[in-house]
Design a protein around this ligand. Structure first.
Ligand code: C2E
Ligand code: MG
Ligand code: MG
Length: 658
């Protein structure tokens, strides 16, 4: 097995020294890939996760011990930082380090420590910033370059975390003695944590402070996780399964708002009493957050789906207990909507936090349904959440580097013989050759969640202004407009209008030629908070378009009260026309637009039948693959006095990207 260049065990280190001391690092990207390939299942390995959980659950070492240890390492080795990291299958957490580092979480996908864990040996990286897949590590405002990490290996051989040194110097040399000390420190850390575990087991008593919910007196999340972990472990030996039934009470926050805390707490107490009364012999009940109760049920497994059936019966019992009779809340009778989620060990997972999260999510999902209020984990959902989590680091880096580009999709005027009068700017995140494209419908919501959308939105707006100015300077280009999508978080910036107006002024384009597209969903979600920003955008001269119209649930009265000039009817209705159920919506929305004196645009026009129907209904504009897919600006061309989507109507001379 060839060791990647980034891999440095003690032997490799000695070998390197014999050869005259080469610099660390180097082919880092290839080497990390190699480690990941060689040890691909290590991070998610359930036994490793259980070892981590076992050690963490009872570790009660005071924080001062960890501080002394990492401070000592940092000062004696003269590095920028020394830390202890613990890694589960998705997140890296700082267990010990400087006080302001302690809340830090990094997705495992983009942490250097995962590689030390995978290879279960010392890892040295000469320059962290040269490794694309790693999230930049900033300490005290400085970017860390050099890294050395030693895995924390439990007595049963699982690497659960890393003690690492970080330094702002590029390719800082770590001597044999320093790496030896790091290894010893890793052993010390594990033995401190494991000794705590051992001591507690020996004493056969629970930790001094039990984690309990103060209102109901039920076990809290940490305590319940500990119990679940023990049960899963014990029951493995005797071939039983363990069911986790999460009971999710919907709209608890509304009850709190309407009736106050005291009444909501009374309701939680009453629910806990009903559940307690219906509890079986071996079952354990807990209350993990304000609206979730959890019952853990060990079941004998006959290997024939019997356990599944039994757990379903228990889930129905729990539903019946809560939905049977209304609760008295602040003088009213309230029938809370609840759902029960069922996760089963070992089938769904053997790792307690995963089981709890799966049951939780299945319960929340089931609670939102009207008929079947019992749910199982949705594996597709879990997989897509993991994929999203893995995208966080790359997306942050792409934003830092500005790795995006803008494509444009032509918009045609139906009353002027399908002439291209404008284009919608659509952001793209190019991926390396051979990798699957990631669409804006995936990365934009994630960017919103991570607070990155302002930077992306600004980039798209600036680029679109520059492209518009270029097009407008071409013969026949003077009447063109560009549409730019505005995301929900951008609309929460009270200065958005002045910022956009400033950019348009700097780029020498008129706001009147920049339509801003706002989806109907934003108005549902942000309601009142977006309203003043929307009015201000219109006031400074940007025409506004209501995007994806027909898909939201916003009140028509509110939509009408906002200063929109164009209704963009969602493509799902156009696709379902002229013969399907969408036809009625398409024709009545055009009438509505006419009545409100707004222009109308049909999205997703793919066939001549779609186009003919929009013309019959009196639509002003159309947009869709029939006229052109979103393409880079240089694939557009100017024909006789007109911008053309080059790919569809050859001729004219291509324009350029700006
Ligand atoms: P949208 O604003 O409604 O954009 C139209 C979407 O429909 C685009 O998808 C476009 O490629 C697609 N489309 C247009 N005509 C057809 C057609 O005939 N057939 C089919 N199958 N699809 C068609 P895209 O580019 O994947 O964008 C998806 C959504 O992502 C956009 O929907 C918009 O909500 C959002 N988005 C894209 N770029 C930006 C941006 O720069 N900022 C913000 N905030 N959102 C953006
Ligand atoms: Mg749009
Ligand atoms: Mg749309």
């Amino acid at each position: 097995m060839t060791q990647p260049s980034i891999y440095r065990s003690q032997t490799a280190q000695r070998e390197r020294d014999r050869q005259g001391g080469l610099a660390w690092g180097g082919r880092s990207v290839a080497a990390l890939d190699e480690i990941r390939e060689l040890y691909c299942d290590v991070v998610e390995c359930e036994e490793r996760l259980r070892a981590l959980q076992r050690v963490v659950a009872i570790d009660n070492t005071p924080p001062s011990v960890w501080r002394t240890l990492t401070d000592g390492l940092r000062t004696s080795l003269d590095v920028s930082a020394a830390r202890v990291h613990l890694l589960d299958d998705t997140q890296q957490r700082v267990k010990a380090g400087l006080a302001d580092e302690l809340s830090g979480m990094t997705p495992v996908e983009s942490s250097a420590c995962q590689y030390a864990i995978r290879q279960n040996d010392i890892l040295v990286i000469g320059d962290l910033t040269a490794c694309d897949e790693l999230e930049p590590v900033i300490v005290g405002g400085e970017t860390m370059r050099s890294y050395a990490g030693a895995p924390l290996v439990t007595t049963d051989g699982h690497a659960i975390g890393v003690v690492c040194l970080l330094d702002a110097r590029d390719h800082r040399e770590f001597s044999n003695a320093e790496l030896e000390l790091l290894k010893i420190m890793a052993r010390v850390v594990v033995s401190i944590m494991e000794e705590g575990t051992q001591a507690d087991t020996d004493r056969h008593k629970p930790p001094a402070t039990l984690d309990r919910d103060p209102v109901t007196g039920l076990l809290g999340r940490q305590e319940l996780l500990g119990r679940l972990h023990q049960l899963v472990d014990a029951d493995q030996a005797v071939r039983r399964v363990v069911g986790v039934l999460a009971v999710h009470v919907r709209r608890m926050d509304r009850i709190t708002h309407a009736h106050g805390w005291a009444a909501a707490n009374q309701l939680r107490w009453d629910i806990s009493e009903r559940l307690r009364a219906g509890l079986g012999n071996e079952e354990v009940l807990g209350h993990t957050d304000d609206r979730t109760f959890v019952v853990i049920t060990p079941v004998d497994s006959d290997g024939d789906g019997g356990a599944d059936h039994w757990l379903n019966v228990r889930a129905r019992d729990l539903l019946a207990l809560i939905r049977g009779e209304a609760f008295a809340v602040g003088g009213d009778r309230v029938q809370p909507e609840v759902g029960v989620g069922v996760a089963i060990a070992p089938r769904d997972s053997e790792y307690a936090p995963n089981l709890m999260a799966m049951a939780d999510e299945a319960a929340a999902e089931a609670a939102s349904r009207y008929l079947d209020r019992i749910g199982n984990p949705n594996y597709d959902d879990i997989a897509s959440k993991r994929r999203l989590l893995a995208l966080e680091g790359p997306l942050r880096r792409a934003v830092a580097r500005g790795d995006f580009c803008v494509h444009y999709q032509p918009i045609v005027d139906l009353s002027r013989d399908g002439r291209v009068v404008g284009a919608e700017a659509l952001v793209r995140w190019p991926q390396p050759d051979g990798e699957e494209p990631i669409g804006p419908d995936v990365f934009i919501p994630l960017a919103e969640e991570l607070g990155l959308m302002d930077a992306i939105g600004r980039y798209v707006f600036e680029t679109s202004c520059r492209q518009l100015r270029h097009w407008q300077s071409q013969p026949g280009g003077s009447g063109l407009w560009v549409s730019v999508n505005v995301s929900p978080s951008q609309l929460s910036d009270p200065n958005l209008a002045s910022r956009f107006a400033e950019i348009a002024r700097e780029e020498r384009v008129s706001p009147a030629d920049l339509k801003l597209e706002i989806t109907e969903g934003v108005i549902d979600e942000r309601g009142g908070t977006a309203t003043p920003v929307i009015h201000e955008l219109a006031r400074v001269g940007f025409p506004l378009a209501l995007d994806d119209f027909g898909t939201g649930h916003s009140s028509l009265a509110r939509v009408i009260s906002l200063p929109f000039q164009l209704l963009k009817v969602d493509r799902s209705f156009v696709w379902d026309s002229p013969n399907g159920a969408g036809a009625g919506v398409v024709s009545s929305l055009s009438q509505l637009a006419g009545y409100l004196q707004l222009a109308s645009l049909g999205e997703g026009v793919e066939t001549k039948e779609h186009e003919a129907f929009l013309c019959r209904c009196g639509y002003t504009y159309a947009q869709g693959y029939r006229y052109g897919k979103p393409i880079p600006a240089h694939e557009f061309a100017f024909g006789t006095n007109n911008l053309l989507a080059f790919q569809h109507r050859q001729g004219g001379s291509p324009t350029s990207d700006v």
